[in-house]
Design a protein. Sequence first.
Length: 213
Amino acid sequence: MANEPQSSGSRSGTVTVPWLIAIAASAGGIQAVRRILSTLPAELPAAIVIVQHRPPDYDGYLHELLSRRTSWSVRVASQGEAIKSGHVYLARPDSHLTVTPDRTFMYRDGTRIRFLRSSANPLFESAAKGFGGHVVGIVLTGFGRDATDGVQGVKEHGGVVIAQDQATSEQWGMPSSAIESGAVDYVLPLDAIAPAIEHIVRGEPVPAIPATS
């Protein structure tokens, strides 16, 4: 599995590639994301980017809701913003959020992808190109097939893919579709996802955890 630390540059000035945790969620996802953020330490050397399917008028509400349960800095991702560790970025609900090669955010036209104006597929695919093996793609509870294409891009570029298990998912469509793609490394109950993220980012093996029955 490609979760070893990567670096670039000369021996006298190596630069460690940062980690990006990309999360896709839909129905039931707000509570799932809150659970994950509430247990992840803010000093983890990673940034988190979330695509949560929601109507445009829920934008400010979600930012406030997530901020109450975490010590991470939470905000809506802005066009051209540099991605920094220790921050949680929310994709706008009306456009497709992507990551540029220099690891900044760029929004694309919100033409529907798999019926969605804010799809996780462009985020996952572009993040995999920008961060390579230092991407963890996570597919949480939700209807439909969003992120199914994106997780394959993450896997192809050496990243790690986690799907929420059926027993803890309010809706099984998105995780199930991701699993069927063959790109998922771990199928985990919700409360095991944050610990798995920590292990991966710190270069440690993820303990074997049976799915919730």
